[in-house]
Design a protein around this ligand. Sequence first.
Ligand SMILES: *Cc1c(COP(=O)(O)O)cnc(C)c1O
Length: 400
Amino acid sequence: MNKKQVIEMTEQYYMPVFGRYDIVLSHGEGPYVYDNEGKKYLDFLAGIAVNLLGHAHPKLVAAIAQQAGKIIHCSNIYYTEVQAMLVKKLAAVSGLDRVFLANSGAEANEGAIKLARKYAKTLNWNKVEIISAQHCFHGRTLATLTATAQPKYQEGLSPLPGGFKYVNYNDIEALKAAVSEKTCAILLEPIQGEGGVNMPDADYLKQVRTLCDEAGVVLILDEIQTGMGRTGTMFAYEQYGIVPDIVTIAKGLGGGVPIGAFLASNKVAAAFHHGDHGSTFGGNPLACAAANAVLTEIEDEGLLANAQQTGEYLRHALVKLQAKYPGIITEVRGKGLMLGAQLSMEGRDIVNSCLEAGIIINCTAGNVLRFVPPLIIKPVHVDEMIAVIDQVLAKIKVAV
Ligand SMILES: *Cc1c(COP(=O)(O)O)cnc(C)c1O
């Protein structure tokens, strides 16, 4: 099929929920993807922080192919070696004890909310409220979109599940004021992704941890975007000197194969008993094989160190762009290979111009350029991308 046919067929039959670019992607290699007309793009979005190893990584491809040749799926009423290996590794890298494997980020958060509610009820039957932050993003299921404090995701969907409350992000006093004997859990992203790469103050999460300990509240960190090495450590919370009671991951975990997880301490996980949660596909052998390959590659190839070093290189390059175009870029923020450039204008045209020039970047929250490339990215790729943005911004500067 040619490009036009693919687009028309999709638009006729797919539910009209996505605003898509007129690009039909076909295949990729490393940090590059190609459309079905052969045009090459440097991918600084990585499926929105998903393709940690880039595209068509030989070891990931081999792990998936090998597993597919053995057993793709079996029910969780049986055991598999790949699943045993994955949950052991996840516990080891997180500092937590217990794992549940799901299929997506929203599902991981949904399960985390269920576990937190079950656990809190063992303390006090009234502890049901989940507090989350303005501008957060936790997913599209009914509970997670209710936790997502953004009206645009909730419109027309009432009645929403009860027991959700919002406070300003990075405002410890607001959080203290919101916590009561009814509070079950606080649910936060260590760095807000969709909301605009919003960073907390250095001591915010530590203060949240203390507040949770004092008030008997479960701390759930949503590391679906920040986790799996994205910020230069396996989990962002390591850099803030805390461990949550529950952490959720997904996006990068399977390197593109759908898998999510929530992990918890023994104390909290003990609230789950046989039959309390489940999933047909969650943790199936194919997804587990992919996640094992991703974790092995992060370790063997030093991808955490690369996320720190190449992340620093990218940050530096963005700061230089800010100095060159102070009227367009007003702030550079983020950690590791999760960086944002705050714009003084809408970012849509910049993203489109970059796409035309063969660079995939993303704009979130309307005016924040977001960079979440594969963790295999090198300075040479940063240079290639920055040169294009530089040209694009130069044209805007002339225009204004
Ligand atoms: C993407 C994302 C989710 C939702 O993940 P899905 O796999 O799309 O359900 C939840 N939380 C955060 C922080 C995310 O970035």
